[in-house]
Design a protein around this ligand. Structure first.
Ligand code: 3NM
Length: 218
């Protein structure tokens, strides 16, 4: 039986926009987020990473501004890999990778919040579930330029493989996903797509977010 919490998480995942100041081609991240929300994104993750990423107070200030926009638009605000920031901002959730914080420690300190974990193998997925993950991020599904240490391209087959191994918790595909290939990811039985560049660096952020919503609700 699928419980209510799982159903609620699934509803948040269709168009999961991830972004930080380094992903916006010099545009104001606040504007980019507003346009993405106007286009219909369903969840937002603040991921401030890369060479010119903001740190310290500047990072906190940007996170606060983006969280406020999410709050005004009823979009949950997830923080990537920064437990102190997630706690300081009382974020709706946190996402951690395999090389980041330990998921079980995060779950302990951040109970009742959304916990996402990146997984690449069945063992990692099973561990994440034991640790209390609400959803898994699987990738990179397609080639990506947005993550320096991305693993080998997995294709949509990784999603089918996890499902065939009995992994039933919500899954979001990530890496190189565009409006043109998003439907394939959903057909492979993901509950949504997590996207950085196709939305953040689009010349029409709102329209691109709309295209993702159409592609994932077919
Ligand atoms: N994690 P884009 S791939 C943040 O494979 C991230 O776990 C990945 O960015 C993983 O949509 C990735 O621009 C980058 O390809 C996704």
């Amino acid at each position: 039986m699928v419980d209510k919490r799982t159903e609620q998480i699934k509803e948040l995942l269709p168009v999961y926009f991830i972004m930080g100041s380094t992903n916006c081609n010099g545009r104001d991240p606040v504007r980019v987020l507003e346009e993405a929300i106007a286009g219909g994104i369903t969840l937002f993750q603040f991921r401030e990473k890369g060479e010119s990423a903001l740190t310290g107070k500047e990072k906190v200030r940007l996170a606060e501004r983006l969280k406020k926009i999410c709050q005004e638009n009823h979009i949950p605000f997830i923080v990537n890999d920064d437990l102190d920031l997630a706690i300081e901002l009382d974020a709706h959730g946190i996402h951690v990778g395999q090389d980041d914080l330990e998921a079980d420690i995060v779950r302990e300190k951040f109970s009742n919040k959304i916990l996402g974990v990146s997984a690449h193998t069945i063992e990692e997925a099973e561990q994440a579930i034991k640790d209390g993950a609400d959803y898994l991020g699987l990738g990179p599904i397609y080639p990506t330029n947005s993550k320096d240490d991305a693993r080998e391209v997995a294709g949509t087959g990784i999603i089918e493989c996890f499902r065939n191994h009995g992994i039933t918790i919500p899954i979001v595909g990530i890496g190189g996903i565009t409006p043109a290939n998003a439907e394939e990811v959903i057909q492979a039985s993901a509950d949504g797509v997590a996207v950085i560049s196709a939305i953040a660096s689009s010349s029409d952020v709102k329209e691109t977010a709309k295209s993702f919503l159409r592609a994932t609700s077919k």
